[in-house]
Design a protein around this ligand. Structure first.
Ligand code: ADP
Ligand code: MG
Length: 280
């Protein structure tokens, strides 16, 4: 397996060993093992309901695994709180955008930064020199991140009033503000048109090169994943399991992968037919 962009692979950042979780009778994730080196960018694809978002929830502490291990730089982290994991350097964006819509664009990003305290509560209380300097630093870094994601000059707008594509970019800036070493992106291009997808692909590629984050990207727009992972690998999930892993070319030629997606298409087709029959 190669790392992305031909750089030297770093040490192993994240390792999942036999990870599993069930909700009621549904085994949403089963026996998932994978590892990611520092600075690697890998894709995670699979039909709807495959367990992709649940896997990210396990890594970020919003769900607890019922089996297996999650290792961060070799240390077990399963069961730690989302806040703690964020402090350790695991940042994420959500499939369903989770911004504070009534706050400003600037505030949404600055809040991400405050998830890592820059000064003590006591200092904040007396508003000492260090607290003021830290606040100026937050403002400077926030402005930089907004510029980077294409939101320069829009910091005072209400986050909820931004067009959808820009809200996704804002989510990306907010996740970067937490100072991650690993960035987990859950369908960052959802709802985007082809032009917006191309713009986002370039942005993620640039961020990866410049900041050297480890990145796992879930994406339904196959072109986005294929382009970003051209020199790395893609994991394919189906029914909670890793069905295949390999280069974009290997994945595209894998019969099981094609069948998993065809299954999804057949199911959607069946749903449409049943709806039409019901409504007619
Ligand atoms: P994907 O992101 O690949 O579309 P998900 O991880 O969202 O898939 O879902 C995988 C399966 O787990 C689905 O059947 C979903 O309904 C179920 N699931 C996910 N989270 C929960 C939960 N909190 N409670 C019950 N079922 C869940
Ligand atoms: Mg999902």
């Amino acid at each position: 397996m190669s790392d992305c962009d031909g750089g030297v692979p770093g040490p192993v950042l994240l390792e999942l060993r036999g990870l599993g979780v069930s909700f009621g009778g549904v085994r949403a994730v089963r026996n998932v093992s994978l590892s990611l080196r520092s600075g690697e960018l890998v894709g995670l694809i699979g039909p709807n309901g495959a367990g992709k978002s649940t896997l990210l929830n396990l890594i970020t502490g919003s769900a607890r695994p019922s089996a297996g291990q999650i290792l961060w730089k070799g240390r077990p982290i399963a069961g730690l709180s989302p806040d703690r994991l964020c402090h350790l350097g695991i940042g994420r964006t959500f499939q369903n955008i989770r911004l504070f819509p009534s706050m400003t664009v600037f505030e949404n990003v600055a809040l991400g930064m405050h998830s890592k305290p820059l000064y003590s509560l006591a200092e904040a209380f007396v508003r000492g020199r260090r607290a003021r300097a830290a606040e100026a630093e937050v403002a400077r870094r926030t402005a930089e991140l907004l510029e980077l994601v294409g939101l320069g000059g829009r910091g005072s707008e209400r986050a909820g009033a931004l067009p959808y594509g820009l809200q996704r970019r804002l989510e990306l800036a907010r996740a970067m503000a937490t100072g991650p070493e690993l960035l987990l992106l859950d369908e960052p291009a959802a709802g985007m048109n082809e032009e917006e997808c191309a713009g986002l692909t370039g942005l993620i590629r640039g961020i990866h090169r410049e900041f050297g984050y480890g990145i796992i990207i879930i994406e339904h727009h196959i072109k986005v994943v294929m382009e970003l992972c051209a020199e790395s690998r893609i994991y394919v999930m189906n029914l909670g399991e890793i069905l295949a892993a390999g280069s974009p070319r290997e994945i595209q030629g894998d019969r099981r992968v094609v069948e998993a997606y065809l299954g999804e298409k057949r199911e959607a087709h069946g749903r449409r037919r049943r709806r039409l029959a019901r409504d007619s």
